[in-house]
Design a protein. Sequence first.
Length: 372
Amino acid sequence: MNDEVVDGELVEDDRLHVVRHDTALIRPDAADDPDAWLPDEVREDIEAGIADSTDKAYKRDFAEYVAWCQTVGRRAVPAAPQTVSHYISHLTRTPRERTGRPYSPSTMERVIASIRTMHSAAGVQPPETKGARKVVAGYRRRLSEADAGHARARKTSPAVPAVLKKALSVVDRATLKGKRDAAILLLGFACAARAVELTLLNVGSVTEPAEVEGVGVRVRIYRKKIKEWQNVTVKYGSQPETCPVRAVRTYLDALAVEGHTSGPLFVRVDRWGYLAPPSYRGGEQVGDPDGRLTTDAISDVVELSMAAVGMSGRWRSHSLRRGFATAALLAKADPIHTSRHGGWADGSKAFQGYVEEADGLDERNPLTGIGL
């Protein structure tokens, strides 16, 4: 997908006027319908209910949709159902420059959600999308019958303990950066954390369980998907080099030496080992002024560590979360306790997929012990 957001201007008609906003949203003319608008603070409240990563994708999707509407002479907002169907049909036939293939069906479903969400955030009635979803269903069926690879979800490789051990073997844990990276890998795995959940951790998020001494640490973590805070108890590992408790305590001690005893837990460290140096682009400071790592930076730690030891596969931050689920289920951990420890919603289809994969890898596979 093109990472550059297209700055599309909406075409003004007799019923609407454009309000330029970074989401390219519009406000209906108050003279036409005095109640069909939202104050800026309410629009911000609505947008705050969308996860950051989803919000970025929605804005990009919507900007591309607006740009397409201009080229074909259709009204972008409020969209007619036929406009959305036309656009989705266009996407099924339009190869992307980066991959040479059209979007996947799941991405097209997100595009539909983007269009509806941005309408709602602007205080405009979202379009009916049954026709567009039928287009996606037909496209998915055609791809499935052809066994096309891009019809299948791209999954990250699971960073199970054996894989983590290899990745950690090339991390220089004598340095502040190495201590940080080891803590990211091991705490991310132990908490089954998403990248955004790791970025939100603060130094004060890691505490000692008051009721039981010597068990490990307790991590106060915000689960973005289910929108709930969770206290995750992380126990000592059996091997010092892969113990998440030792790794995070070593990192916290190193931060304290640098005078960093509050604020973000995972922070920028430059090549010379300096903590949270200012980051500039075009002469202006960018990024979190406190040095808090971004989700991309968390993924880079995983990806670069795996690349350094020549691990084949698709390694991103989600590899830690998937690796936890895979390892726990193969170790016969209770699926309910495993899913709740990792902050999956009850009945999560994603987690059920991990259960089915684990069943196929151990003695629960129906081919086990049948005499072949």
